[in-house]
Structure formats: structure tokens, C-alpha cells
Design a protein around this ligand. Structure first.
Ligand SMILES: [Zn+2]
Length: 250
């Protein structure tokens, strides 16, 4: 037993030094940005590093959310894909994100109603549309093969994006086309929200709600922020260099 006790003692001393060193010399963590998009970008950085902070899911948080109600700081319109849960990607706990998920991150009447509820009643100040690489809904639309059940209803939302790219970028094929459709589909959904919802449009024009569009990269874990459709100011524009990826265009 003695060597074990001794080993434990050395271990505890070492741990103590570790704590001491940690307290004295560790660089101060970056402050978490206060504005909605900054919080998402910060959360995604933590996710990419594998340094997730424990999400706020404790009893006190649940009690507060029940008694005081929810005040989510962002609506996230994301794909249903099991690899793209917004709460994990952005390192957020309960009550933070109002998530609308449907394969292909498209909007229909019911999704628009959900977004309107968040913007109008919960005063959520940011709408993020989040696509992702290797999206099955986009791949199926690009492939253009006959689909069964309700799937044709879904791809019908993405088909105009593919047709438009066939006209403007006829050289795009295969993976390069899929990648570009994923980006354009994010912009298409943003436009659809603004065009089809007078309520969201009014809040956007009044400066009460902002938009951002991103593509989540499955392997890297990183969200690439996109330029928004022409004439629209992205919430991501000032904080990070939003850019349009041109991979595979040549
Ligand atoms: Zn998808």
C-alpha cells in the first residue's frame, strides 16, 4: 500500500502545482461577445477547438426559463441532418436558440410562422440560416432523379436555386455544383423569408432584426459566414470577414 500512498501524495502535490500555475499564469479567457452574432461565432470557435463549456441545462436555468419565459437571442434555420445540431455547433444551452429545422434548411408556411413568432413575440434580434456541406437534400435536388413520398415537395424549394445556377454558371458540375447550391440555397432561404413574411420584413426594415447566413463544414466543425443577397447587410459583415467561397468554380 505504501508506494501507492506515496504515489498518490506526489500526484496531489503535482495537481496542486498545476492549479497554482493555472491560477497565476494562465492567460485570461477572451470575454464572450455581447451581441448575438458574436456569441454564436465565439461558441463555434469553442466547438471547433473541442473546448465546449458545459451548457446551461441545470435546475436553476430550467426554473428561470419556466417562470420568466424564453428570450432566445437568435433564430437558427438549419437542416435536420443529425450532424448539424445548432446548440452544439454554437455551444449554447437551454433558452438561447429558437431552432427551426427541416431537411435542406428551406422555409414553408409553418416554418415562416415559427420565425415570425420568435421575431414578433419573443423579440429575437437575429435570424441565421445555416446550410452545411454534404447536404443530402441538396444532393438529391442536384441529382434530379425521381423521388418518392413527400420528398418532391422538399426538393421543389431547392430546384429554383439549381436552375438559376445552371443558367448563370453552366460550367459547374458534380461536387462543385453541390457546394455552390448549398451556399445559394442559404441566400435563397433568406430571400424567401423576407419576401414571404411581411411581418419579418417590417422588423428588418425597422432595424429590429438582422440576418446572417452560414455554411457549416462537417469535418472542420466551422461555420463559414456568407455574403448575403445583394442589397442586404449581413450581421456577420462587420465582425468577421464574410466571404463567398469560390472552391471548385474553375
Ligand atoms: Zn442537409
Amino acid at each position: 500500500m505504501k508506494p501507492l500512498v506515496k504515489a498518490l501524495g506526489v500526484g496531489l502535490v503535482a495537481a496542486g502545482i498545476g492549479v497554482f500555475v493555472g491560477q497565476q499564469f494562465a492567460p485570461k479567457p477572451k470575454p464572450i461577445p455581447a451581441e448575438p452574432l458574436g456569441k454564436l461565432q465565439y461558441g463555434n470557435e469553442q466547438f471547433v477547438k473541442g473546448a465546449l463549456t458545459p451548457p446551461k441545462v441545470d435546475e436553476m436555468t430550467r426554473y428561470t426559463l419556466e417562470t420568466e419565459g424564453q428570450h432566445p437571442f437568435a433564430v437558427v434555420v438549419a437542416c435536420s441532418d443529425s450532424r448539424t445540431p445548432p446548440e452544439l455547433i454554437f455551444n449554447q444551452g437551454l433558452g438561447a436558440l429558437f431552432v427551426v429545422r427541416v431537411a435542406g434548411n428551406i422555409v414553408n408556411e409553418e416554418n415562416l410562422a415559427s420565425i415570425e413568432y420568435a421575431v414578433e413575440h419573443l423579440k429575437t434580434p437575429l435570424i441565421v440560416v445555416l446550410g452545411h456541406t454534404h447536404c443530402g437534400a441538396v444532393k438529391a435536388t442536384v441529382a434530379g432523379k425521381p423521388l418518392e413520398g413527400h420528398l418532391p415537395h422538399l426538393v421543389a424549394h431547392i430546384e429554383p436555386v439549381v436552375q438559376s445556377l445552371h443558367r448563370t454558371h453552366p460550367h459547374l458540375k458534380g461536387d462543385a455544383l453541390v457546394e455552390r447550391v448549398i451556399q445559394e440555397n442559404v441566400r435563397h432561404t433568406i430571400r424567401a423569408i423576407l419576401e414571404r413574411s411581411a411581418l419579418v420584413r417590417k422588423q428588418y426594415e425597422a432595424g429590429k432584426v438582422q440576418f446572417a447566413g452560414g455554411v457549416y463544414h462537417l469535418r472542420e466543425g466551422k461555420v463559414e459566414w456568407l455574403k448575403l443577397p445583394e442589397g442586404m447587410e449581413s450581421a456577420a459583415h462587420e465582425k468577421s470577414p464574410a466571404h463567398e467561397s469560390s472552391h471548385g468554380e474553375h
